[in-house]
Every structure is written in C-alpha cells, then in structure tokens.
Design a protein around this ligand. Structure first.
Ligand code: C2E
Ligand code: MG
Ligand code: MG
Length: 674
C-alpha cells in the first residue's frame, strides 16, 4: 500500500506542477492576476505533495518526534497545504472583484498560514497516547481536508454567481471545483468520524484512492481553465473587433455616424433603390464657425459641436433615415422623399437646430444654414455631397440663417466667397504661408521629429489654421501646389537643422490624397531631397484624411515608390473616417498615428483603451511605429505610456511653434540627449 501511495503521490506532484506551469503561462499571456494566484496555488499543492512524500519516506526511519528534520517536514506539509488553499481563494476573490490583491494582504495571508502551520506542527507533538495520535491526525490532515473542501466549494459558487450562464470552460471548472470540494469535505468528515468513533472503515478504504481521484480531477480543472480562457479571449477579441468596426463608422468627437457610415448608407440605398425612389440629402453648418473658433478657441468649438450633435440626435431620432456628422461643423441628414413637404421639414429642423445653446452657464447664439439636394440612384456619392455642399455655401454666402436647395445653375454663380478666394490665390504669390512645427516626443522625452503644419498669415484675419482654408485650397485646385511647397520648405528645414541637432532633424509632412494620386509627388520629393542633400529617411509623409483616396492603385504606387526611395510613410488620424484598417491594408506604411479622439473622447474611454491595447501590439507585430496625437494633459500622457506607444504629440507636450521656437526646442533636446 505504501508503494501505491508513493507512486500516486509522484504522479500527483507531476500533474500539479504541469497545471501550475500552464496557469502561469496563461497568466503571463493574458495578464490575468487570478490565474497567477491559482498557478501559485498549484505550485503549493506540488510542494505539499513532495513534502508528504518525503514525510512518508521519513516515517520508515522512526525519527524522534522532536527531531528538526521531522518537525521541518511536518511544518512544510502544513504550510504548503494551507498556502494552496489561501492562493486558491485569493485567485477566486481577484477574479470576482476584478481587482488586484495588494502585497499587504498577501503578506498577511502568508503570516497567517505560517502561524497555522507552526501550531499544527507542534500540536500534541510529544504525546504518545492513541487518542492524541487520532486528534493529531484530525488536526494535521482532516482539518486541511475540510478547509480545502470549503475553499473549493466557495470558488465554484463564486464563479457561478459571477456568471449565471457560463460557457463550457467555466462549467467544467465549476464542476471540477464542486466535485473536488465535495471529495475533500467528505474525507474531512470521515477523518472526524475516525476520531470520534475510532477507526473509520470507509476512510481506510477510500484514503488510498484519494490520490488517484486527485490525479483525475487536476487535469479536469486544468482543461476547464484552458477552455475558459480561450473562450474569454475569443469573446474579447470579437468585442474589440466589433467596437473597432463601430468606431470606423462613427465620428470620434460626437459619437454620431461619420462619413464612412454615410457612404455605406447611400451605397446600400443606391444598390437597392428603384428608379423612382427619391431621398433628400441635407448638409447643415454653423454660420461663421471659423470666427467663433478664432475667438473662443478650438476646444470651445469642439464643445459646441458635441452639444449640437446631441441636439441633432434629439431632433432627428425616429424621423429621419440617417443623420450624422460629415466634418468640422457640418452635419448631414437624409430624409425620405424629395419635394415641398420634405424641404419644409428640413427648414423646420434648421430652425430648431439654430436655437441658442447653453454651455456651462454661457449662452451662444449661433445661426445655422442648410443646403439640400435630391439623392437619385444614379448620381455618385461625391457629386451628391458636392451639390449639397454648394447649396450650403450659397445659403451661408447670401446671409446665412437660411435653407438653399441645389440647382444645377448655382455652380456657375457660386464658387464660395470670392474675396476670400482671391485673397487665397494671392497668398501664394505674397508669401503669406508659414509652416509651424509641432514636436513628436519619444518615450524618453527627446524630440524624434517635427510635424509640419501649414498656417496662413492672413493680412486682416491674422494667423489662420488649416481648418479655415484647406477646403477652399482644395476646391480651387491648389492643393498639390500647397503640398509641394510645404514639402520643399520642410526638406530645406531638415537641412538647416542638421547642423543644430542631427538626431532630431527630421520632419513629417502632411500630404493630401489628391497630391499622392495626381501630384507627381515622387519626382518632386526626389528633386527636393537631391537639391538639399537630405537623406530620404529624415522625411516622413503623412497621408491626411482631407479627401478619401479614391484611386487606391495610383496612391499605392506612389507610396510604394516613396517607400522604396527611403522616405517613411505614416497613416494619419488612424481610427477615423476613411483611413484606419483600409489604409493599413492598402498602403505601405512605417508609422501609424492614432487620432486624437482615442485620447480626447471621454465617453468611449474604456473602449478606446481596449482598442489601443489590441491594436498597438498588432502594429508592432507588423513592424510599424505607433504615435498618438492630441495629448492634452498629464493624465492622458500617463495612460498612453502604459500602452507601449512609441511616440507622443499634443498640446501638453508642445503646441505647434514657429521655426525659431522649434529651433530652441531642438537645442534643448540635444542637451538632454548628451
Ligand atoms: P493632423 O495632420 O492630424 O495634425 C494634427 C492637428 O492636431 C494639428 O492641427 C495640430 O495643431 C492639432 N493638435 C496637436 N496637438 C493637439 C492637441 O493636443 N489637442 C488638439 N485639440 N489638437 C492638437 P492643425 O495644424 O490645425 O492641422 C489640421 C489638419 O490640417 C492636420 O491634421 C492635417 O490633416 C491638415 N494639414 C496641416 N498642414 C497641412 C499641409 O501642409 N498639407 C496638407 N495636405 N494638410 C495639412
Ligand atoms: Mg498629420
Ligand atoms: Mg492627425
């Protein structure tokens, strides 16, 4: 019988150590604390079994009860046995509460286990009567059975309570713990019976099979845990994916459906529509939003837009086919049908939308204009948006606070604000553009490179940011010219900065999709790099989101050629609108710049963090560096630093600054590096 015991003990020890190792592996892989505690529990069980094995071997030596060796082994048996229970419970509590157990608590648990083990070891150690021997057996073995049984029951109940409809893995683990708990408690009861009524025949029969039973139950629980984990991870991945899909369709700032969702909606409708079906597409925009942004700042402007988004949701829910945010301050609405009735409805919506807004005790009197066009199955989505946008511009130019309907003729008389247009054309000649530079910081707080951001020194309006004029630049067909100019200036700047701080003399330049597709970009960049004798690797080109890349093939060819040349390619505003996963798949890229909505969007903070947690390692696996934009405070920076992001950009670290100020930053960074 002794041999049988020893052999099962050895197999139990092997099995427990394997399960402990498996749990540890999963704990590291999935970063789950409860698995870590459970793995320690199984390692303690392993230690317990080894100590029992040694004590069995020692018992043949008839050692003196007070010998240190015997006492030490007895102490180890008890300590490991109770630590096993303690860590099993610790893991369970950590799982249920979803929280980490503090080191202070762990230390207390350890002290309590040591005290229990010491008391048990010394309990009636030097008395010889058979009653005392039975009591000793009860305390040393029976008590642990009972407590371990209760701990297993407790764990099973906790798991069930946390999830009333468990998946297969959880079911297996719960059953495993229940059965194991029952067996332990039963053995505990038999030990008590043995003590009270003298020798228990059932205990004598069952005790040898306890080891065999444990040999079966450990793998059962182990397999259950693995299945459970795989199920949880599969669900998490699916949830993340769904959220990401959702995020791709929603606008980061307001949470309303964005451009992508609009395209999808229109495409689906156009595929299914009958020739006589009609819809109305309306764009609504705030009159003089730029003036507001200039006066109150972009942050306030964002607040206005989010508040208006809520109002739009309230007004449109249930009554319209689609509503969302197109870009900036422009909202989009689709209503069924097209005729006087629908247009009257839009007019009413515009009036309700224009009512004064109250934000933090301040009232804003903003006026709203609207432009509508008819959606027909055969008109391209871009054309429809262009028509509605022209109608909106007409409404704004002719005094605002009104609704205009697109007529084919307005295209000729329109073409936006003529004065502004002439000023913009002149700006090129009069050298009114200026580049501001915003540093991008490494994890060690040194400057990795600068982003070149265009500004227009308007003679009357002062310094304008791209929001105020890039759309017009695009409409006037001047985008390629502007991008080429910025790229040349940036490359010249790299050359100049190389003498100040060669390590950080790198610039990343935004290029619009139009420039990438039709702009002879490769030849231009090659030429500028050669003239200035700048290494291509010091330049990064960011694909901006201003326009969608319609001609994927030509875009891809250009970017591949640039990449071959040695310049880096970054995907900008990743996680919004058109870019994201499509751009990641379609174009070569070295850097992924996550949009600032990942940091700023408080409403979806948890989802955003979850998405970043899964996407950052994915980018790294694809050998891409990850930059996060829009860090505005310390808390945001710290949160992002946890995610192994490679570089940071945002107002908290530095605003976009003039060349002179950028130069000072370069010098400072150099001092820090040396
Ligand atoms: P982007 O490329 O995503 O550039 C980042 C924008 O976020 C910049 O706005 C920058 O000033 C702003 N920003 C930086 N840190 C923060 C922050 O912590 N909080 C907030 N709220 N914003 C932050 P900017 O300069 O107004 O540029 C807007 C966009 O215009 C750029 O977005 C880019 O898409 C486009 N753009 C700028 N310069 C050029 C250019 O030379 N060519 C082209 N094609 N597009 C440009
Ligand atoms: Mg950019
Ligand atoms: Mg960006």
């Amino acid at each position: 019988m002794g041999d049988f015991f020893s052999v099962t003990l050895i197999f139990q020890a092997i099995s427990s150590v394997l399960i402990g190792w498996l749990l540890l592996h999963f704990a590291k892989l999935y970063q789950r604390n409860y698995l870590f505690y459970w793995s320690i529990s199984f390692f303690c069980l392993n230690l317990y079994l080894i100590a029992v094995y040694i004590s069995l071997q020692l018992s043949t030596l008839q050692l003196d009860p007070s010998s240190w060796l015997r006492l030490g082994i007895l102490f180890l048996v008890s300590l490991a046995g109770y630590l096993q229970i303690a860590f099993l419970m610790t893991g369970t509590i950590s799982l249920v509460r979803g929280a980490n157990i503090t080191n202070k608590i762990l230390f207390r648990v350890l002290v309590i286990c040591i005290l229990i083990a010491a008391s048990i070891t010394l309990f009636k150690n030097w008395t010889d009567s058979s009653a005392d021997a039975n009591l000793r057996y009860l305390v040393r073995i029976g008590l642990r059975y009972v407590i371990a049984g209760l701990a297993c029951f407790g764990t099973a109940i906790y798991i069930l309570r946390a999830d009333a409809n468990p998946l297969l893995g959880k079911k297996l683990v719960t059953i495993g713990f229940f059965v194991y708990g029952f067996e332990m408690a039963f053995l505990g009861w038999l030990t008590l019976e043995n003590y009270i009524f003298g020798e228990s025949a059932v205990l004598l029969i069952l005790a040898p099979y306890h080891g065999l039973f444990e040999l079966l139950i450990y793998p059962f629980i182990g397999v259950g845990l693995v299945v459970w984990l795989l199920e949880v991870e599969r669900m998490r991945r699916q949830q993340s994916f769904e959220k990401l899909q959702n995020l791709n369709q929603t606008d980061g700032l307001t949470g309303l459906p964005g451009q992508r969702a609009l395209h999808k909606h229109l495409q689906t409708w156009q595929q299914m529509a009958q020739p006589l079906n009609r819809l109305t597409l309306t764009l609504m925009g705030i009159d003089q939003m730029q003036r507001f942004n200039d006066a109150e700042g972009i942050k306030k402007g964002d607040e206005i837009i989010t508040t208006l988004a809520k109002r739009l949701e309230f007004l449109c829910i249930g009554g319209y086919r689609f509503f969302g945010r197109l870009h900036g301050d422009v909202f989009v609405i689709i209503s069924s049908g097209y005729g006087d009735e629908q247009l009257e409805k839009v007019q009413k919506l515009r009036r309700s939308f224009s009512r004064p807004l109250k934000i933090k005790n301040k009232t804003y009197h903003l006026e709203v204009s609207a432009g509508s066009t008819e959606i027909t199955p055969n008109t391209s989505i871009d054309t429809l948006l262009h028509q509605a946008s022209q109608a909106l511009q007409l409404a704004k130019q002719t005094g605002g606070k009104q609704h205009q309907i697109y007529q084919p003729g307005i295209r000729l008389s329109l073409n936006t604000d003529l004065i502004f247009e002439n000023e913009l054309r002149a700006a090129f000649k009069r050298d009114q553009f200026e580049i501001y530079y915003q540093p991008i910081w490494s994890t060690t707080n040194t400057i990795l490179c600068f982003e070149a951001l265009i500004r227009w020194n308007h003679p009357k309006k002062g310094l304008l940011t791209p929001n105020a004029f890039l759309t017009l630049v695009q409409d006037l067909g001047l985008m390629i010219e502007l991008d080429h100019w910025v790229a040349r200036q940036a490359i010249k700047q790299i050359r100049a900065w190389q003498f100040i701080n060669p390590g950080s003399a790198k610039i990343t330049v935004n290029v619009s999709a139009e420039t990438v597709q039709n702009g002879n970009l490769v030849a231009h960049i090659k030429n500028c790099l050669a003239t200035e004798k700048v290494k291509p690797s010091n330049l990064t080109l960011e694909i901006t989101e201003n326009t969608a890349m319609h001609n994927i093939e030509s875009g891809k060819n250009t970017l591949t050629e640039l990449s071959k040349l040695g310049t880096h390619i970054a995907i900008d505003d990743f996680g919004t609108g058109y870019s994201s996963l499509n751009y990641l798949k379609a174009f070569p890229s070295d850097v992924i710049k996550f949009d600032r909505s990942f940091v700023a969007d408080k409403k979806n903070q948890e989802i955003n963090l979850e998405i970043l947690k899964s996407l950052v390692p994915l980018c790294h696996r694809l050998d891409k560096k990850v930059v996060i934009e829009g860090i505005e405070d310390k808390g945001q920076l710290e949160a992002m630093q946890q995610l192994h992001i490679d570089a940071f950009q945002g107002y908290y670290l530095s605003y976009p600054v003039t060349v002179k100020e950028a130069q000072k930053l370069l010098l400072m960074s150099k001092k820090q590096q040396t």
